[in-house]
Design a protein around this ligand. Structure first.
Ligand code: 4AD
Ligand code: MG
Length: 461
């Protein structure tokens, strides 16, 4: 018998009569007359393999008593399966119990609620749904890198610890080695000059500012990394730690930015449909009935583009009433975003040119003096999935915007320097990776598409 192969490969390439060594975890054990059936799964695919154990097996009794969750190694021969829904099964010649499982294993039932499974995030990985979610997540992460590599984008690792608050929203988690019980004080305020970095620092809310520096040397770049926001919003779409993909292009405007975002989204949708076929069929059947059709639609659609001002007019004319007010100058809430993408457009839509006062300081001022060259991509079911903009490349305008929004220009002198020497029109966006996975799997809660979710009051695993 050769070395171990994975269940996915055995099912795809194996022929009846071939011998294989498989290793994995027991999903269920069924004992009939003189025969025991074990559903074995090793995480390589949704489908497990049925192992058939018969009394000739030297440790038949031990195998028949196996608990759900146990780890086993099975050497056996593939045979055609009489059971419905599977072409092949593995007749066991040798079974080694690698790790036993007692009857307290919490995943005994076929179906548990996602809420319950969140309380056992270390074990939920062995369920069908989470197996499928995390295989899709892994495959998509790899596709993100292929997409940008093919287009000549440089992959840059921006810092996780930073002294700047890119989005200016004050949602920074503090990083410090100061003694929290008695921090050094000057005039009643904490003196961060005594801290590890000699200044106040936190976890990054975005790699964009550093990404812009790289774009001004390498033209096209992207980041893909963990992002942290101490937003106390306990919603199904917000996590305190999430992953963001942020491309940045020099010599590019808002239209180029939207074009890239559209190509990127379509590519990821097409990839999920083609390369995660087994998982997508599962999600379509078990989680969200219209999923495949919706994603096929996005993969081939032309994404609409609509001015914020028009979006406000459409919302005001809406036959339904919203919980939050609709007024030019106010930010769009999730309910408004979903109405626009689901009811008005019926597909993905870029809302562009937002009022300057509700957007970050770095966005390029439009000629009207009231709006900035911002874009949010809204998609059905999720709402905002991408946020981006053309950046203010004019030194005087940018400096003034910083002063107006209460950011001391000296504190970001390195950022302003790029506007001094060889400044270019440039643009970029951020795609929340979990929002993408929610969108592609139909999963409703961000906590169920990230391995170990960090949300207010939750960081136990
Ligand atoms: O719109 P945001 O805040 O934009 C930025 O951070 C820019 N610096 C991006 C850029 O232009 N380079 O965030 C971008 C995306 C959102 O559209 C959303 O998908 C996701 O990041 N996001 C979150 N995802 C999960 N949990 C949160 N708390 C999120 N906040 C933002
Ligand atoms: Mg945003």
């Amino acid at each position: 018998m050769t070395g171990r192969i994975r269940v996915k490969q055995a099912l795809a390439e194996g022929r009846a009569g071939q011998e294989f060594l498989l290793k994995g975890w027991v999903r269920s054990v069924r004992t009939g007359k003189g025969v025991t059936f074990i559903a074995l799964n090793d995480g390589s695919s949704l489908a497990g393999i049925q192992v058939v154990a018969e009394p000739e097996l030297p440790n038949f009794d031990e195998v028949s008593r196996l608990g759900t969750g146990a780890a086993i190694a099975v050497g056996g021969v593939l045979q055609e399966s009489p059971a419905a829904g599977q072409a092949l099964e593995l007749k066991a010649l040798r079974v080694e119990v690698v790790g036993e499982a007692d009857p307290e294993y919490p995943m005994q039932k076929k179906r548990h609620s996602f809420e319950f499974l969140r309380t056992i995030a270390h074990l939920r990985l062995r369920s069908n749904t989470f197996g499928a979610v995390f295989r899709v997540r892994s495959a998509l992460a790899q596709e993100v890198h292929r997409f940008f590599a093919e287009r000549g984008f440089l992959y840059v690792h921006t810092p996780i610890i930073t002294a700047n608050d890119c989005e200016g929203a004050g949602e920074l988690f503090r990083v410090t080695t100061l003694d929290l019980a008695k921090p050094p004080l000057v005039n009643g305020e904490i003196d961060f000059s005594e801290d590890f970095f000699g200044r106040a620092t936190g976890l990054t809310v975005s790699g964009q500012l550093e990404g812009e520096l790289f774009a001004q040397a390498f033209s096209d770049i992207y980041t893909f990394g963990p992002t942290f926001r101490a937003e106390n919003s306990n919603t199904s779409r917000h996590a305190a730690e999430f992953w963001m993909i942020e491309p940045e292009m020099a010599f590019a405007d808002l239209n180029d930015d939207a074009d890239l975002a559209e190509a990127f989204m379509k590519r990821l949708c097409t990839f999920a449909l083609n390369s995660c076929d087994e998982e997508m069929k599962f999600f379509n059947a078990q989680i969200d009935k219209g999923l495949i059709e919706r994603i096929e639609g996005v993969a081939t659609a032309n994404f609409a583009r609509m001015d914020y001002t028009e979006a406000i007019e459409r919302l005001k004319k809406a036959p339904e009433s919203f919980q939050f007010p609709v007024e030019w100058g106010l930010d769009l809430q999730s309910e408004h975003e979903r109405y626009l993408t689901e009811q008005v457009v019926g597909g993905p839509v870029f809302i562009v040119n937002y009022p300057k006062d509700i957007k970050a300081f770095y966005m390029r001022m439009n000629d009207d003096g009231r709006t900035v060259a911002a874009m949010d991509l809204l998609v059905p079911k999720v709402g905002e999935i991408i946020g981006g903009s053309q950046r203010e490349e004019r030194l005087d305008r940018l400096t003034q915007r910083m002063i107006d929004t209460g950011i001391a220009p000296e504190s970001l002198s390195w950022y302003l320097d790029t506007r001094r020497w060889g400044s270019t029109p440039h643009a970029g966006f951020g795609l929340g990776f979990e929002r993408l996975i929610m969108y592609l799997t139909g999963m409703d809660n961000i906590r169920d598409v990230i391995p170990f979710p960090r949300t207010p009051k939750h960081a136990e695993f």
